[in-house]
Design a protein around this ligand. Structure first.
Ligand code: FAD
Ligand code: PHB
Length: 386
């Protein structure tokens, strides 16, 4: 259920093991391919995509990055992932491109993706033959009798509520991100995470001519109040360092994203398995959400292969615990990055001094910088069994 990165990659991995699947999605293909979201792939995620035949466009247009800048108190500090780890990097490759690659690969292999489905529902998950029902884009009611159902239907999906006695751990943050996509040549070689008295700002990119920028704003911020001029002047202020400025250009798209940490478990009930945002979300400051969704799917593909091809359900029984260990590591890292870099409304001078002290520590202690680098580039990635 769901043609986001998680559902599509799972379908692709199952097909490589000869396991049939149908992906049911309530949005159109165009909508799924255009939804602006993540940008950063951990080294292990990029390797995974290459290893399953999805590396061609990634290698052609993905941009490898060997570190990030942390900016505070008007100066910029480089955290060099390559030298802090055993040469690890990340790749800036938009989620829109990952989704396009996956849809193209599934359709080329004759895979079934039902876009624009309506009345999607799931039943009998506690039995050996759960059923997925929907009305297809032509208006024909369909019903699929399955071995298992993977709930990859995102945070607002219908699968998570089907797990009885699920535990939820949650934190909402008192701020949101205003995301901007602009036709502007990035004026930086690496991503910049900036803590400024007026709030956090992030400088990312999509290509050598497109910048992706974010500003901390209020959770109820009104998009209409952000003219292009106001956006650029706020970005110039929050990224200011001597002798450098943000290259400006036409703003193509803008949106406001709330910030939340959310973990639910168990991620399985009977023959229903949750993966990705359907089970957990992190604030985007650690660039973890897409990577976590894809690593759940690796664990799930390994488990389903053993269960459906060899009748061995041990990996499936361990699925939730295996995933949640990585989920909690990423949840802590994302919370830590978020708390260190944002200015909470009403935060006092004591809090500001703690943040600045932490930032000085991360940028001066090799041990602290290594902790950031190994989490950002991906701590203990899940490995696909072949
Ligand atoms: P989704 O992408 O949400 O896919 C779920 C799919 O299910 C959707 O297509 C939806 O339409 C469909 N669906 C929902 N309900 C139903 C239903 N009832 N029936 C059928 N289909 C349904 N992550 C990173 O790793 N790095 C980053 O740099 C990063 N930056 C981000 C920046 C922003 C602004 C945002 C919003 C997110 C960011 N993320 C990032 C997070 C990342 O985008 C998500 O974690 C990722 O999309 C999760 O993939 P998914 O497949 O689990 O869920
Ligand atoms: C992005 O490029 O969209 C992006 C990069 C890093 C983040 C979040 C989003 O931490």
């Amino acid at each position: 259920m769901g043609a986001g990165p998680a559902g599509l990659l799972l379908s692709h991995l199952l097909a490589t093991n000869g396991i049939e699947s149908v992906v049911v999605e309530n949005r159109s293909r165009e909508y799924c391919e255009a939804r602006q979201r993540a940008g950063v792939l951990e080294g292990g995620t990029a390797e995974l995509l290459r290893s399953v035949g999805l590396g061609k466009r990634l290698d052609a247009i993905g941009m490898e990055h060997g570190g990030i800048y942390l900016q505070f108190d008007g100066s910029r500090h480089y955290v060099d992932f390559r030298s802090l780890t055993d040469g690890r990097t990340v790749t800036v490759y938009a989620q829109t491109e990952v989704v396009k690659d996956l849809i193209a690969a599934r359709l080329a292999a004759g895979g079934a993706i039902e876009f624009s489905a309506t009345s999607v529902s799931v039943s009998d998950v506690a039995s050996d033959r759960p059923v997925l029902s929907y009305v297809d884009a032509d208006g024909t009611p369909r019903s699929v009798s399955c071995d298992v159902i993977a709930g990859c239907d995102g945070f607002h999906g219908i699968c998570r509520p089907l797990i009885p006695e699920i535990s939820v751990y949650e934190r909402t943050y008192p701020y949101a991100w205003l995301g901007v996509l602009a036709d502007a040549v990035p004026s930086t070689d690496e991503l910049i995470y900036s803590r400024h008295e007026s709030g956090f700002a992030l400088y990312s990119m999509r290509s050598p001519s497109v910048s992706r920028l974010y500003l901390q704003v209020a959770p109820d911020e009104k998009l209409e109040e952000w003219s292009d001029d106001r956006i650029w002047s706020e970005l110039q202020k929050r990224f200011a360092v001597d002798g450098w400025s943000v290259a400006e250009g036409p703003v193509r798209e803008k949106s406001v994203t709330p910030m939340r940490s959310f973990v639910s478990g168990p991620m399985r009930y009977g023959r229903l398995f949750l993966a990705g945002d359907a089970a957990h979300i992190v604030p985007p400051t650690g660039a973890k959400g897409l990577n976590l969704a894809l690593s759940d799917v690796v664990v799930l593909a390994n488990a389903l292969r053993a269960a459906l091809l060899s009748g061995s359900w041990e990996l499936a029984d361990a699925y939730s615990d295996t995933c949640l260990r990585r989920v909690w590591r990423a949840t802590h890292f994302s919370w830590w990055m978020t708390s260190m870099l944002h200015v909470a409304p009403g935060a006092d001078a004591f809090e500001a001094q703690l943040q600045l002290s932490q930032l000085r520590y991360v940028t001066s202690s090799r041990a602290q910088a290594t902790a950031l680098a190994e989490n950002y580039t991906g701590y203990r990635p899940a490995r696909l069994q072949t």
